[in-house]
Design a protein around this ligand. Structure first.
Ligand code: GAP
Length: 488
């Protein structure tokens, strides 16, 4: 059984062993901070996407979705500020030649202090770091590293370079005539999906006859050349975002910001994960586009960390796209302003953004679901690992298990499969003892197993076994579908 300190490691191993996540191109020893989702991981990921997408585009009647390309015109990234500002302060260790993001290096040190029970010191260092980062005070940050004798985890020395800024965007060549060295023609792999929404703002608004306030949602890949990327799928170089830009009248941003903070927390809590696992963290150092921002942090096995960002992005993006593209990014608001008695007229909308990492949400769901249970009795030692996913996210909803491979039981089980598989994901298995099959289903988080036995032939009932309680009931075959659908 894993204790708290190696719980994260146990989750990573479980994800690999049971087909959730594999290191990318593992046969070549993998590629750092890039991962592949396996047979059950891809199902879980898709269910999380659907949960987000359906919530955004069905529950809010004024939000529509789009699917923009990953490549965008290079000027997009000048207008958005990413070419000039999407930098992180980095520091190199001269002995190991390893490069670190300054905030991650200091956070790592604070975590170590926390683990040693030196909570107050850790908090002081983090508060100091936040205020220095907010002022871009690199001299002060280096001093903080030196004064605390923070060491490189590889070389174990404090032989640091000065702190410098590095851009996090990946770039490549487009077609055959453009050189990647040509600053004007570089194409970037998008570092956020949001810009695909901004550049399509008027296309969607006009073609969809959308009226402010309205939102545009998108799920898609994003790429960042993260320097310190060693926390499994928490920080990846290729990842997915689920972002929604909500276009509003200027001056109303404070109210909408509060509204979306609340709405997004409700979305998380609706999954049934207890509230104490979430907290808000207000940003002190604001991104180049924001006038207010906070994170929803989740209690991961590596501590409370950012899961989702909520940003009041002002009119920064649309205004800059208007300037760089020379195309109007304005909206005509026909509603009458009670203060003037006249329509609000033309303006560039303000934007509230909600942005959640799909992979981080995956990690949050898996790490909350991962449970090790000691089932020992005085007679026998026993344990199990069970993933207690909310049923609507579980990769597999129902396992149909004939007790033995003969006497007509597989045929009945197949009929149950036929009755259910077009409604939700089902799994059929007849190999091994029923106990082993239950445990395999626990390990991938299947909420219901039904066993077809000889009694089924007599009274058309099956044993249904509930994953979390392991309780077993006898239910009519005709009710199985409803029981599972009700849980979803
Ligand atoms: N459009 C705003 C934006 O991109 P962000 O805070 O940089 O804001 C939003 O990213 C979310 O994307 C984060 O809260 C996190 O969940 C996810 N994310 C960011 N970088 C990531 C990475 N390297 N690996 C995995 N997820 C990441």
């Amino acid at each position: 059984m894993a204790n708290e300190t190696n719980r994260f490691q146990a989750i990573i191993s479980h994800c690999k062993e049971y087909g959730f996540i594999f290191p990318s191109s593992e046969i070549y020893d993998g590629l750092q901070a890039v991962y592949d989702y396996g047979q059950w991981g891809s199902e879980l990921k898709k269910n999380i996407k659907d949960y987000w997408w359906n919530s955004m585009t069905r529950m809010y009647e004024n939000i529509v979705g789009i699917d923009a390309a990953i490549f965008m015109h290079p000027t997009t990234w000048k207008a958005s500020g990413h070419v000039d500002n999407f930098n992180d302060p980095m520091i190199d260790n001269k002995d190991s030649k390893k490069r670190y993001r300054v905030d991650h290096l200091i956070e790592g040190y604070a975590e170590m202090l926390n683990a040693e029970g030196r909570k107050q010191e850790a908090e002081q260092i983090l508060a100091g770091m936040d205020s220095l980062l907010a002022k871009d005070d690199f001299t002060g940050l280096k001093k903080l590293i030196e004064e605390n004798k923070i060491k490189c985890p590889i070389s174990g020395t404090s032989n640091w370079t000065d702190i410098r800024q590095f851009n996090l965007m990946f770039s490549t060549e487009f077609g055959s005539t453009v050189s990647a060295d040509d600053e004007d023609n570089k194409v970037y792999l998008r570092p956020e999906t949001a810009q695909g929404i901004f550049v399509n703002f008027l296309n969607v608004q006009k073609s969809g006859r959308m009226k402010i306030p309205f939102g545009i949602a998108q799920i898609g890949k994003a790429f960042r050349n993260e320097i310190v990327a060693r926390q499994f799928i928490f920080r990846m170089r290729e990842f997915e975002q689920m972002e929604m830009q909500f276009f509003i009248r200027p001056g109303t941003q404070k109210d909408w910001y509060e509204y979306w903070k609340e709405e997004r927390l409700k979305w998380h809590l609706a999954l049934g994960i207890p509230k104490e696992n979430y907290r808000f963290h207000d940003h002190i150092k604001l991104a180049h586009y924001a006038d207010a921002a906070c994170d929803i942090e989740f209690n991961f096995p590596i501590g409370f960390k950012e899961l989702e960002g909520i940003h009041s992005r002002t009119d920064f993006d649309l205004k800059n796209h208007q300037e760089y593209s020379k195309k109007k990014m304005q909206y005509y608001d026909a509603e009458v302003d009670p203060a003037t008695g006249k329509p609000y007229g033309n303006y560039i909308p303000y934007v509230i953004e909600t942005s959640i990492g799909l992979d981080r949400m995956f990690l949050a769901v898996v790490s909350h679901a991962y449970t090790e249970e000691d089932l020992s009795t005085p007679e026998k030692k026993d344990d199990r690992v069970v993933l207690k996913f909310p049923p609507k996210l579980a990769p597999m909803k129902l396992a149909v298990l004939p007790l033995i491979k003969k006497d007509g039981l597989p045929e009945i089980a197949r009929q149950i499969m036929d009755d259910c598989k077009s409604h939700f994901r089902c799994f059929y298995e007849e190999k091994d003892t029923i106990g082993k099959r239950y445990r395999r289903m626990d390990a991938i988080g299947t909420p219901f197993c039904v066993t077809v036995d000889h009694q089924t032939k007599e009274d058309n009932t099956v044993t249904i076994r509930y994953r979390d309680t392991m309780k077993q009931d006898r239910v009519p075959v005709t009710e199985i579908r409803k029981i599972v659908l009700d849980s979803l």
